[in-house]
Design a protein around this ligand. Structure first.
Ligand SMILES: [Zn+2]
Length: 278
């Protein structure tokens, strides 16, 4: 493992010197109420990806860490499985802020990614918005069937966890698909620390996310200094990274669902043993 703070040093060295105004994207506020300054626009296509699946036409903007993470995932999966194409949905608007069809995606640190999928014989097929069941099967509109490509989708998680520059906070995904991914990772002998962090990061929210991943990155250290704020959860390993940077004002407890709200009803039926995912 890389020592705490090393990744932040890389980020700062890559054009994020403290106090340097007007250079580098800055995420402000949090994903549900935030903004983006000097955002990076993801190209419509690049090595191993196409950014054409968004529901908002100009939701192509994010921090360089977010765009860099998408490009790194796409490149790594294409390296291991040539011909793979990651299909990227909405990031956020140029200056962040509220965006139709999403509660979050406001601060340049969120992106929707369609799953990698395969046909019944295991050959890769073009990704589209298909819902997958607990067996990893999905039905196409024309009656055909596709499979959740668990091996390639696991690479998305592994790349995000391994990349300290990315600063992965959350991957919203249905619990049944989280189970498939973790079972695959264990069978494949993946490093325990990567499985553990991926398992922590993946979480099923009230809207199940069974047809795409929603990835959220943490604020960078420089973002924090400019007013970026992470919401819960802040994992113990994350606090260990932040403390030497003097960043201690982080949320340490989940927000309490209000009485009788739809969220409280959801808590009662959340998968046993798993925390509520706000
Ligand atoms: Zn999303």
């Amino acid at each position: 493992m890389i020592g705490a703070g090393a990744a932040f040093a890389c980020v700062l060295a890559a054009g994020r010197a403290p106090g340097e105004q007007g250079r580098g994207a800055v995420s402000l506020g949090n994903s549900n109420e935030g903004r983006l300054e000097n955002g990076i626009r993801i190209p419509e296509r690049g090595p191993g990806y196409v950014a054409t699946a968004g529901v908002n036409q100009d939701a192509k903007w994010g921090t360089e860490e977010l765009v860099g993470a998408i490009e790194a995932i796409a490149a790594e999966v294409a390296r291991q499985a040539p011909g793979s194409n990651l299909v990227v949905g909405d990031l956020g608007f140029r200056e962040g802020g509220e965006i139709p069809h999403h509660q979050s995606h406001q601060a340049g640190r969120d992106v929707d990614l369609l799953f990698y999928m395969a046909d019944k014989a295991g050959a890769p097929v073009r990704s589209r918005a298909v819902r997958f069941d607990a067996a990893g099967k999905g039905a196409l509109e024309d009656g055909g069937e596709v499979r959740f490509d668990v091996a390639r989708n696991w690479l998305v998680l592994r790349e995000l966890v391994e990349s300290r520059d990315a600063g992965l906070q959350r991957v919203f995904v249905a619990e049944r698909l989280r189970s498939l991914l973790l079972t695959h990772a264990e069978a494949a002998g993946e490093p325990a620390w990567i499985i553990e962090r991926a398992g922590e990061a993946m979480c099923e929210p009230a809207v199940p996310h069974d047809d795409h991943f929603h990835v959220r990155l943490f604020c960078t250290a420089e973002d924090y200094r400019r007013g970026c704020r992470d919401t819960w959860p802040i994992y113990p390993w994350r606090r260990t990274e932040l403390a030497p940077l003097g960043i201690v004002d982080v949320e340490t407890a989940p927000p309490q669902p209000r009485k009788a709200s739809w969220k409280r009803r959801y808590v009662r039926r959340v998968t046993p043993g798993r925390v509520w995912c706000p």
